[in-house]
Structure formats: structure tokens, C-alpha cells
Design a protein around this ligand. Structure first.
Ligand SMILES: [Fe+2]
Length: 277
């Protein structure tokens, strides 16, 4: 069934077509109000916060490692380009077709700590200190760490549908970390639906995992197309360079359309599970 996903981002309406089988959930709240990694935060009812975790030039080291990974992915995709003049914001001028882009993101969607010249585990510890829980970058169920570079070209549908990562069992007890790397601003930063982690499943119309298709791309996470009684109203918290956005995996997020005219947006997604002692 094709449905139009209607969302508001900073009060502006966006619509796009999603193909999939949609259903309303059971009468159940999946977010654990009493015991989640955001329980101790004053922003726990909003479901997200912006924090500082980088020390000195660490952010720039991470950014340069992201760039190296993207260059490697372009090379692996056999795309002709000049490595020495390549900049992330002009990625779309080099990777100029959907076919080429899909090859690149096949590589950049599935990275691990070892691909980065930066100790991601240190970030997990620092975020854990802020939240007051022990966190790690190791995902036991997957037997690996998980890092994904998100690349969104200008004027494209390089987006996720609105979704909750927490629907997937291995992302139930984690904190989501979103780091702006390049071209992230009020026109492109990741949108979140404030307070949506507190929405009961019976008020959510969604697909199963791998059950939604936008513009020919199938998404791993279930797509949320509608919430009962209210519109999906998202905001872009827009963390600045060097800051990070953290949120509960039950917060509805995604649909990060890049409205910048000529700048590719690059961000980094990390997920830190809680260590249960
Ligand atoms: Fe997500």
C-alpha cells in the first residue's frame, strides 16, 4: 500500500510517498519511564539533549577520519575524482548519480571502531558519565560496534522515514548519538519529534522492519507514518560543530531532508548500549 507521510519540520510541511504494509500497535508503552539511560536527565520528557564531549582538537580529528572513510568508500566504488581537492560539502559534485551514491553508502553505513582513527570507546564513557550510567560502544547482540556515516545530498530524498531505533531488539537499551560533521545547520540537521518516546504503540501507525520503501530504497527500521490525534511535528535541535545530540532510541526521528542548495550534509551516528552490572 502506498501512503503519503506527512510531517512538519520546524512548522514547515513535508510530504513524501512511502510504500509498505502499515498497522497500529498494541496498547503498550515501549519506553521504560523509570529505568532508561535518560532517566536522570532534566530533559527526559523531551527525550533528547545536546551535550559537549569533545576535548581540544578531538572533533577535528574525528572529522578528518570521517573524510578518510568517505574517500575510501568513493575509491572502492570506482568513481573517478581528485582526492587532494575533495571536500565533504561538495561530495554531490563527485558522487553525482543515485547509482554512485548507493555504492558509497553501502560502505559507509556499516563501519566499526577499527575503521576510525579515533577512540569511539572514550566517547561512550564520557556520554555515560553525563547520563550517570556505564555505556560501551560494543553491541553484544551484533558482536561488533556500530558506526554509520550519513550522507545527504542537497535536493535529494537521501533520508530515513520517521522511525524509532528501539523497535530493533539490539537498540532497545542504548543511547543514540548524532554528531554533525559537515553542512549541518537549520536547513539540514536531524529532526526529532520532542516527547514522542512517551507515545503508546496503539497511537502509532507503522510498518515492520525492512517494510518501508521511499524512492526505491528499502529501510531497515520500521517507518512511522502517522500518530493518532496529533501530527508528526518535528524540530531540528541543530547541535553546533563540536556538540553532539543524544536521544533515547524510542524518540521518533529521521526525515532529515537537506534543504541546503549546494552543500552535502554529513553526520555520524553512534549507538552506545548500557552495560548492566
Ligand atoms: Fe535512527
Amino acid at each position: 500500500m502506498n501512503k503519503i507521510c506527512k510531517i512538519f519540520i520546524d512548522d514547515k510541511l513535508y510530504e513524501f510517498e512511502v510504500k509498505g504494509d502499515f498497522f497500529w500497535g498494541e496498547d503498550k508503552l515501549l519506553f521504560n519511564v523509570k529505568d532508561s539511560v535518560i532517566s536522570k536527565m532534566i530533559w527526559r520528557d523531551k527525550g533528547y539533549g545536546i551535550v559537549n564531549t569533545f576535548i581540544k582538537d578531538e572533533f577535528f580529528k574525528l572529522k578528518s577520519s570521517v573524510k578518510d572513510n568517505i574517500i575510501k568508500a568513493i575509491e572502492l566504488s570506482n568513481i573517478d575524482f581528485n582526492k587532494s581537492t575533495f571536500t565533504l560539502d561538495k561530495y554531490h559534485e563527485i558522487v553525482d548519480t543515485d547509482l554512485k551514491h548507493n555504492k558509497v553508502i553501502d560502505v559507509t553505513r556499516n563501519l566499526e571502531n577499527t575503521d576510525f582513527d579515533f577512540d569511539i570507546e572514550v566517547l561512550a564513557k564520557r556520554v555515560g558519565n553525563i547520563l550517570g550510567y556505564k555505556l560501551t560502544s560494543w553491541v553484544e547482540e551484533l558482536q561488533k560496534s556500530h558506526i554509520q556515516i550519513r550522507i545527504s545530498r542537497p535536493n535529494s530524498l537521501d533520508i530515513n522515514p520517521p522511525h524509532r531505533d528501539g523497535y530493533l531488539s539490539f537498540w532497545e537499551d542504548i543511547i543514540n548519538v548524532w554528531i554533525p560533521i559537515e553542512g549541518c545547520n537549520e536547513n539540514s540537521s536531524l529532526p526529532v519529534f520532542s516527547g514522542s518516546h512517551l507515545i503508546n504503540e496503539s497511537d502509532i501507525l507503522r510498518t515492520k522492519s525492512k517494510g518501508a520503501e521511499i524512492n526505491g530504497n528499502v529501510y531497515n527500521v520500521p517507518c512511522i507514518i502517522e500518530t493518532k490525534d496529533e501530527d508528526i511535528k518535528m524540530v531540528r535541535p541543530n547541535p553546533k560543530e563540536g556538540e553532539i545530540l543524544i536521544f533515547t532510541p524510542f524518540l521518533i526521528h529521521g526525515a532529515g531532508v537537506n534543504k541546503n542548495k549546494n552543500i552535502t550534509r554529513v553526520s555520524l551516528e553512534l549507538r552506545f548500549p548500557r552495560i548492566n552490572n
